[in-house]
Design a protein around this ligand. Structure first.
Ligand code: KIV
Length: 270
């Protein structure tokens, strides 16, 4: 990619400024070049190479078996089809939890493959690693709430942050991650009121999935919102293919619904 093309890509400070100005940000998962191109054309701001690829592409029961090499491969595919969106690599299980140095080595590989940011699942436990990465030039999106890589310690894909103590912990974790340098905080499956508290406590954008409307933007797994994934749909998923003449139109409808705040509706919230 030429430097001229790279200049057109949205930057983290631009996204942060747009969120501060009240624009809702649209993130969508993406695993290949063709979807990257049509998602961007439809107005998606951020493409997340989610480790959900373990379930929706590889047909596994969880995200745990996704490898760093597989993530690199999909980052390369998405980066090849993308010109304008921020490309975010979701760091797979066991590629970053051991130590900040292990995380840096793994994140450097996905950045070299074409990512502009990495996403790390985990709250307070990821503060030191976040600081280490950011100080060394790797932008970080934190991921708190339901963290699917911890499905076995959480006892299932359960809503997090219910009750005052759990909610306070999420707010404290988000603050600590922001202080450590996280540029975006993604929140999954929590009561809308808790996500609102977190958003109000931070100055960086928050992105929600099952976190209600009072966040800076939304993300969905594109195989879910296109109704391709045959598994059970979470409450927070809306089928944007319903009534859409094409995949392109469905993704454009998702972006419009995020930007005009009609998604998520009350039935998608906890
Ligand atoms: O892997 C993924 O797709 C994710 C989203 C659910 C946020 O982490």
């Amino acid at each position: 990619m030429s430097a001229q093309n790279a200049a057109k890509r949205v930057t983290v400070p631009q996204l942060q400024a747009r969120a501060r100005d009240g624009e809702k940000l649209a993130m969508l998962t993406c695993y290949d070049a063709s979807f990257a191109a049509i998602s961007e054309e439809a107005g998606v701001d951020m493409l997340l190479i989610g480790d959900s690829l373990g379930m929706v592409i590889q047909g596994r029961e969880s995200t745990l078996a996704v490898t760093l090499a597989e993530t690199e491969y999909h980052v390369r595919c998405v980066a090849a089809g993308s010109r304008t969106a921020l490309v975010i690599a979701d760091m797979p299980f066991a590629s970053f939890q051991e130590s900040p140095a292990q995380a840096f080595g793994s994140c450097a590989r996905v950045m070299a493959a074409g990512a502009q940011m990495v996403k790390l699942e985990g709250g307070a436990v990821m503060v030191e690693t976040t600081r280490f990465l950011v100080e060394r030039g790797i932008p970080v999106c934190a991921h708190i709430g339901l963290t699917p890589q911890s499905v076995h310690t959480l006892g299932g894909y359960r809503v997090q942050g219910r009750g005052d103590d759990a909610a306070d912990r999420l707010v404290a974790d988000a603050r600590a991650l922001e202080q450590a340098g996280a540029a975006i905080v993604l929140m999954e499956a929590m009561p809308a009121a808790v996500a609102k508290r977190v958003t109000e406590a931070l100055s960086v954008p928050t992105i929600g999935i099952g976190a209600g409307p009072d966040v800076s933007g939304q993300v969905l797994v594109h195989y879910d919102m296109l109704d391709i994934y045959p598994g059970r749909k979470a409450r927070f998923v809306r089928n944007f293919m319903a009534g859409a003449p094409s995949i392109r139109d469905a993704i454009a409808a998702y972006v419009r619904a995020v930007k005009d705040k009609t998604f998520p509706a009350p039935e998608h919230c906890f």
